[in-house]
Design a protein around this ligand. Sequence first.
Ligand code: HEC
Length: 266
Amino acid sequence: MKMTRLIAAGLAALGLSAAAGAAPGDYKAPEHHHWHHSGPFGTYDRAAVQRGYQIYVEVCASCHSMDLLSFRNLGERGGPFEDERFPNANDNPLVMQLAASYTRQWDGEVDDAGDPRIRPGIPADTFPAPYENEQIARGSNNGALPPDLSVMTRARHHGTDYVRSLMLGYTDAPEGVEMGPGQYYNEYFGPISMAPQLVDGLIEYADGTEATQEQMAEDIAVFLTWAADPHQDIRKQTGLMVLLFLFVLTILVYLAYRQIWANVKH
Ligand code: HEC
């Protein structure tokens, strides 16, 4: 299945259409959507990243890990819960509170009764994985493994568009497509072992935004994009400063050139 998709993606990239008919793997390219963070000057929509975080925690985190993300990342520069008063994200009370809402087991430590010793989470912890190991994860998902979402938007072509499309792409399976047990049909993936996740009003947004399916699909896509590339805003800002600097330097060099050669006949 993976291989078919890879080959299909390769063919699509070459502008060739993939194998005939509605075979598994013959999926649609993600729908193009305009994002606040696209383009050379675009920055993340902070409110959308926050809402997307809420969706991840309330919906996706029960199956998908985000191993590369730690709580303090949320409060770092450019993060959804950045706060000027706390340049060190470890001191950010909101981040501390979010981290502490999960408990952790001290590595290998047990209490007097021999039970694992539990501590509250701290900002340096990474997000807890929903399953203890791959076998349990597969066992709970009809044999399919919910992939880690830390860098998902980078692992797929047009990743932000892809996540949004995938969330909205559930339809009835076209005729002739063989569906495995516990599979659903998604126009952007084919038969998939993940049930449709987002329905209107599924969650209640902390900021009062109406939680339509479309809105949630957008927000989770933005959150996952931020998570996969949290320093994008800073990078773009630096790029802009460099360009400005070069522009000013060009003018100075030109003026110097005029000055130096001013009295030379030519
Ligand atoms: C009940 C478990 C479950 C929940 C909840 C869940 N997923 Fe999944 N997800 C899966 C499984 C299982 C797969 C693997 C599907 C497959 O390979 O057929 C998957 C696959 C994916 C993929 C990868 C598709 C690809 O191209 O490989 C993405 C992206 C994804 N899920 C996003 C999400 C998001 C975003 C949410 C929250 C809104 C979410 N999932 C909630 C079980 C879940």
